[in-house]
Write a protein that binds this ligand. Structure first.
Ligand SMILES: Cc1ncc(COP(=O)(O)O)c(C=O)c1O
Length: 433
């Protein structure tokens, strides 16, 4: 079961040390518990685990010690009380919501979100009987509030949206969500807890695609859900009976009454993972932990390089427009300065090339160091054209609603020498002249 976290250490120390604290004679490095199951002495001991009367591991579909250690590290980094690793970022978004929603319910989501999440909400959730209303996160609070209904169960948005790089005013969103008695769920993939800790601004639950900066090496797909422990499910028990009322599949146990602040993650673990089974493999959790050990070194480097790239592109004649929250001309500059540690946002820069979609694609094809891959937030600089790739399933109307311009190039600045990345951009700009 989730344990309470040590919130006193700095992020740099947590990246390196949190999660795994070996006792006498135990491995210094977090081991991969490559075991589907765990041994007990008596049948009664095992029965107690199944009744959730005692904490312990019994089957890796629900929990595994490697995963638990890495989840604890991320929970500490985010300043939350508990976390669960999922098989992907998509699974994290899905389970974060499905843990408190069912057929007949409704959620409100920012429209500026990752294309895969948009599809999950607009198509798959609808098939499951969960309706989603998309809102412009920059609209006035009164406008956004109109989207909420009596059966609304959550408000979802991204700290920095992929690929539109809209910076979320987390406090504003949290106030709207709380005024309607629902939690704010924030996908913090792009900012990472190094640059932003959404709980400090009022968010209740945080999700990540750990596939991105957290792993950082494009080695392991994964996700995580972190709970702040701050949302009072009991105060809104009419909305969240799944957390507060007896669960017949656990002999009438109530998660909120039995586990308090650990209720949300416990339910996701013992009910959703038991029934739907999408936890991260311990191998991937091990790789993720290696990535996390250097997150505090890599993220600032990504941001410094991205700043240099953005400043370079800003001065280029062939660049039609450029979007990076670190540019003082950017509409989110002030918010980024206020909400993000040292004003640093992420390593992703978006821009368009004069001449529209075709010329933007030609430019991308001319890059040599930056590789065209379906990925972002990797140590290696990479590039993608969302309208042709990640957002391909979206109609033109949905693309515009998600703020994705047809000429938008998503340039994910890596940790190489900024001079080499800029030299690559320079030669590609010359190649299309
Ligand atoms: C912001 C964001 N959230 C979620 C996801 C989905 O994560 P995954 O690819 O790990 O399933 C992505 C993937 O690009 C993303 O960028």
């Amino acid at each position: 079961m989730p344990r309470m976290m040590n919130q006193e250490l700095r992020p740099e120390t947590l990246c390196v040390q949190a999660g795994w604290a070996p006792k006498k004679g135990e491995p210094r490095v977090l081991p991969i518990y490559q075991s589907t199951t765990f041994k007990y002495e008596t049948s009664e001991q095992m029965a107690k685990l199944f009744d959730l009367e005692e904490a312990g591991f019994f089957y890796t579909r629900l929990q595994n010690p490697t995963n638990e250690a890495v989840a604890r590290k991320i929970a500490e980094l985010e300043g939350g009380v508990a976390a669960i690793l999922t098989s992907s970022g998509q699974a994290a978004s899905f389970f974060a919501i499905f843990n408190i929603c069912e057929a007949g319910d409704h959620i409100v989501s920012a429209s500026a979100i990752y294309g895969g999440t948009y599809n999950l909400f607009a198509v798959t959730f609808r098939k499951m009987g969960i309706e989603v209303t998309f809102v412009d996160q920059d609209a006035p609070a009164e406008e956004i509030a109109k989207a909420f209904r009596p059966n609304t169960k959550a408000f979802f948005a991204e700290t920095i949206s992929n690929p539109t790089l809209c910076v979320l005013d987390i406090r504003k969103m949290a106030d709207i969500a709380h005024a309607h008695g629902v939690p704010l769920i924030v996908d913090n993939t792009f900012a990472t807890p190094i640059n932003c800790r959404p709980f400090e601004w009022g968010a209740d639950i945080v999700t990540h695609s750990t596939t991105k900066y957290m792993d950082g090496h494009a080695a392991a797909v994964g996700g995580v859900i972190v709970d702040s422990g701050n949302f009072d499910w009991e105060a809104h028990k009419d909305k969240f009976p799944g957390l507060t009322e007896p669960d017949p599949s656990y002999h009438g146990l109530s998660y909120s009454k039995s586990f308090g602040k650990g209720a949300y993650i416990t339910k996701a673990t013992v009910q959703l993972m038991r029934d739907l089974g999408s936890i991260q493999s311990p191998q991937n959790a091990f790789l993720l932990n290696l990535g996390l050990e250097t997150l505090h070194l890599r993220v600032p480097r990504h941001c410094e390089n991205a700043q240099k790239v953005a400043e370079f592109l800003q001065g280029q004649e062939d660049v039609a427009w450029i979007n990076y929250p670190g540019l003082s001309s950017n509409e989110y500059y002030e918010l980024a300065q206020k909400q993000f540690r040292g004003g640093q946002s992420c390593g992703v820069v978006t821009f368009g090339i004069k001449g529209g979609r075709e010329r933007s694609i030609k430019f991308m094809d001319s890059l040599k160091l930056a590789a065209i891959v379906t990925h972002v937030a990797d140590s290696r600089t990479c590039v993608l054209h969302p309208a042709s790739h990640t957002h391909r399933q979206l109609t033109d109307e949905q693309l515009m609603e998600a703020g994705v311009r047809p000429d938008l190039i998503r340039f994910s600045v890596g940790t190489e020498a900024a001079e080499d990345i800029i030299a690559d951009l320079k030669q590609a700009l010359e190649a299309i002249r």
